[in-house]
Design a protein around this ligand. Sequence first.
Ligand code: FAD
Length: 570
Amino acid sequence: MDYKKMDCDVLVIGAGGAGMRAALAASEMGAKVIMVSKSLLGKAHTVMAEGGIAAALGNVDPDDNWQVHFADIIEEGVYLSNWRMAEILAKEAPDRVYELESYGALFDRTPDGRILQRAFGGHSKRRLCHVGDKTGLEMLRTLEDQILHRDVTALDEIYITKLVKKDNAVVGAIGIEMHTGEFILFRAKATILATGGCGRVYKVTSNSWESTGDGIGLAYNAGAILQDMEMIQFHPTGMVYPPGVRGLLVTEGVRGEGGILYNSKGERFMLRYSPEKKELDARDVVARANYNEIIEGRGTPHGGVYLDISYKGAAFIKQKLPGMYQQFLDFAGVDITKEKMEVAPTVHYQMGGVRVDPDTTATNVPGLFAAGEVACGLHGANRLGGNSLADILVFGKRSGEAAAKYASDKKIAEIEDSEVQEEINRVLSYLKPGGVNPYLLVDELTETMSNKVGIVRNGPDLESALQKILELKEEYKKVSVPGGRKYNHGLFTALELGNMLIAAEAIVRSAIMRTESRGAHTRKDYPKKDRNWLKNIILWKEGDTMKMDTVPVPEMPEELKKLVKPEVYQ
Ligand code: FAD
C-alpha cells in the first residue's frame, strides 16, 4: 500500500504544552521540526488546566524561592522524586513563566501590576500564577501563537501507531492521517514523546478523551523503561452528577480561593484529617479524606461531599472562578454563588511514565525523548497542583533542545518498506466485521480499574484486576471494527485499547509489588509507609513479558538534603 513520507530533524508527538514548548525549543536550535497530534491544534488536554502554574516568583509571598519550592516537591512527593528534576523545575519555572508572559500570556495581576499568585494544596507559599481558572487555555493559545509564527510544521489529527527503530535507536514513527486514512512514515533524527497521560484507563476521570496512554504503549513497545506506574493521582474534587459529567474536574483553585469541605452532617471534616493545612493539604491527603467520609456514610445524596465557596459572594466567585461558576450552572443547575457543590475524588494524573534523564529528558532508547505527563521522575508519589504546567514548560524546553542537539550529527535513516507495510497491515487488520467490539473491552477495563485499583487498594482486588487485564489482553487479539479507514472512531479505539492495556497492566503490577502506603498509593493491607520502599519500580518489555524490578531513589547531594525535612517513618 502507498504511504506518504515526511522527513525532519525532530519529530514531536503531541501538541499539548510539553509538545508545543519542545517544538519551539528545537526550532530555535535550528532543527527542522514536525509536530503531530491526534486532536486539533490548540485543543490538547492541556487546554483544560485551570488553577495555574507553580513558580516561586515571590510576588505574593516574598519569602518564596526555589529552595522552598524544591522542598515542597520532595516532601509532598513523599521522597520518591528524582531530586535533580525537582531542582531543575524549582529553579527554572520562574523563567518559563516570564517567558510565557513575554509571548503574550495575560496573567491575573497584583494591585501593583505583577503576576498574581494563589494558594494551592501542598505548596507552602502562594505560588500559582494563573489566568482566572483558564490557565491551560491561555498557555496553549500563547504557545500556539508562537508555533504559527515559527518554522514548525504542525499537523493535527494524525494518530501515531508505532515508533520505528534501526540499530536499536528510534528513527521515526508511523502514523495514520485520521481524516483521509492515509498512512505517513515520519523519518526523524530524534523523536520526542509528549503524548500526555493515561487517565482514561479509569471510568471516573477528569482527563480528556486523548489521555489513553498512547505514549506509554509506544515507548514500552520500543524498549523504553517505565517507572512509578502505581502512582496514579486522585484529585479530591470531581463533579459527581449528572452522570454524564461524573469525574469532571472542580479545580483546586476553589479551595485555593477559600472553598471549604463539609460532610452531610455539616462538619468541616478536614479539621480532623489535617488540622494545620486543612483543605489545602496535598491532594492524596484530601482525596483520601473525601473518600473516607463517603464510604463511612457521611456523603451527599449523589455520593460526594460538599464544597462551599458561596460565602465569598457572587462578585468574587465570578471574577476568580468564572469557569467553575459556568460549569456547575450549565451541567448541574447549581449556582455556586448561592449553593454548595457536591464533589468526589476523580482520577487526574499519572505521576509515573517513561523514565528519563533529568537534564535532557532522554529515555534509555537512543533517539527517543519524553516530556510532560508521559514522562516521570519529578512528582514522586504525589504531584502538587500547578507543577504539571511548570513541568511541561521546563522539561518541554529542555527536551526540544536536547533532541535538536542529538539530531545535529545524525542522518535520516533508511527504513525498509517491508517494515512500514507490516505496520500498515497490523493497523488494517482491525478493519473487519465480526470481531470483538473494542468499546466493550474499554468498558470492562475502565470498570475494573475504577473498582479494583482505586484510591484505597488491597492485594486480592489488585490480583483480580491483573487477572482481568490478562483476560482482556487475550480478548484484544480478537478485536475488530466495521467500516473504512477514514475517521473511523472504532479503529482508533481499537488502537488506543492496546496502549490502555499496557498502561493498566503496568499500574496494577506495580501496585501489587509496592507493599506499603506512600503518597497516592494506599494499600489497606499495608497501611504504613516503609523505609525499605524508598525505591522506584521500573518495568520494561522482554518478548511478550512485562518485566519489573526496583531501583533506589537517587540520593540527593548534601546541600540539597539540608533544604528538606528528613524522611519521617511511621
Ligand atoms: P497533553 O496536554 O495531554 O497533550 C498530549 C498531546 O499528545 C495531545 O496533543 C494529543 O493529541 C497527543 N497524542 C496523544 N497520543 C497521540 C498519538 N498516538 N498520536 C499523536 N498524538 C497523540 N496541571 C497544572 O499544573 N495546573 C493546573 O491548573 C491543572 N489543571 C488541570 C485541570 C484538568 C481538568 C486536568 C485534566 C488537568 C489539569 N492539570 C493541571 C494537569 C495538566 O493539565 C496536564 O498534566 C498537562 O497539561 C499535560 O500536558 P502534556 O503536554 O504532557 O500532554
